[in-house]
Design a protein around this ligand. Structure first.
Ligand SMILES: Nc1ncnc2c1ncn2[C@@H]1O[C@H](COP(=O)(O)OP(=O)(O)O)[C@@H](O)[C@H]1O
Ligand SMILES: [Mg+2]
Length: 309
């Protein structure tokens, strides 16, 4: 759905984005995470057809962002990081303005605007002036305007930045709803936890380079040599179980705490199931055998600390 190949953008001698590639499938919610200045907005503006690449290419729904920007604009809703909302315009007029720009016929506009206002919980603000809205509502209104032409792809540059905690939560809930509506979403943030709950994929960018991207599982698999297994044993004899674990070539270390053995494991899934089989075959009373899931935070720390490349 969204495809970037070897995108590089230089400003003079300075390379803002360096050979970045990514691939986002239909219906995915891709969290584009990186500190300020990493190159998120540069990449996003390229995809939104607002910035020419130094080299590389991008495609959205099969359309080239360089060769066919008009086709791309029809299939994306773009929310920039620094939108201007026009003074002296009412909420419905603001949305109508964009609906006209997208050439939506007059007879459909009223109904579409009503729907979008409803979705973003702005119905009561329909006749309010835009410049009188709170920051959170302005941000919602900007999201509303990306939806008037019902695009399959949304590209949102830090939609939650500058919002208070409540408005951030509301924005999160909205993005989750949009995900459930089968939109393909690329959303950026410099705050990891903001995206962790609802993204199906992440990409981590730092100083213009994509450090890792893929589904959370794919990235976890990459750091497979750091898998941790937690094995609970019923009964007294944990030592023989620990000994059996240590003799396995994929087990690096074993620690005991209460009834739990924690081991560092470097094998594949098939090695993992063989390990469990061996324990059971030896009569070890395993009451629980689970891989410790790394949180997105832990994955992020490992990648940005250079543990994984
Ligand atoms: N028009 C420009 N001219 C020169 N440098 C720029 C320009 N736009 C962005 N940059 C630089 O490119 C880098 C990436 O910026 P940006 O893509 O906005 O990062 P992010 O959105 O991740 O905060 C930054 O160092 C920024 O200062
Ligand atoms: Mg930015």
């Amino acid at each position: 759905m969204i495809e970037v190949k070897n995108f590089t953008k230089k400003y003079g001698d300075f390379t803002a984005v360096d050979d970045l590639s990514l691939s986002i499938g239909t219906g995915e919610i891709f969290g584009f995470i990186g500190p300020n200045g990493a190159g998120k907005s540069t990449t996003i503006r390229f995809l939104a057809t607002l910035l020419r690449p130094t080299s590389g290419e991008g495609r959205i729904c099969g359309h080239s962002v360089v060769q066919d920007p008009m086709a791309v604009r029809r299939v994306i809703g773009f929310m920039p990081d620094d939108f201007g909302v026009y003074d002296g315009m009412k909420v419905w007029e603001f949305l109508d303005f964009f609906a006209v720009a997208y050439e939506i016929p007059r007879v459909q506009r009223k109904q579409i605007i009503g729907k979008v206002l409803e979705l973003l919980d702005l119905t009561k603000k329909r006749d309010d002036y835009v410049n009188g809205l709170s920051k959170g509502m302005k941000q919602r209104l900007c999201l509303a305007k990306t939806l008037v032409h019902d695009p399959p792809v949304l590209i949102l540059d830090e939609p939650a930045s500058g919002l208070d905690p409540r408005a951030r939560l509301e924005m999160k809930a909205l993005l989750t709803t949009l995900g459930e509506m089968d939109k393909t979403i690329l959303v950026s943030s410099h705050i990891l936890s903001e995206l962790a709950d609802f993204c199906t994929m992440i990409g981590i960018i730092e100083r213009g380079k994509m450090l890792a991207s893929g589904t959370i599982n794919e990235i976890q698999r990459k750091i497979q040599s750091h898998r941790v297994l937690k094995i609970d044993i019923a009964g007294e004899d944990l030592d023989s179980a620990a000994q059996l674990l240590r003799s396995n070539p994929h087990v690096r270390s074993v620690e005991r705490f209460d009834q739990t053995l924690t081991c560092e494991f470097s094998g594949e899934d098939s090695d993992k199931s063989r390990l469990l089989g061996a324990l059971i075959a030896q009569g070890v009373p395993v009451s629980s055998f689970a891989e410790q899931e790394l949180s997105l935070e832990e994955v992020f720390m490992m990648i940005t600390n250079g543990v994984v490349s």
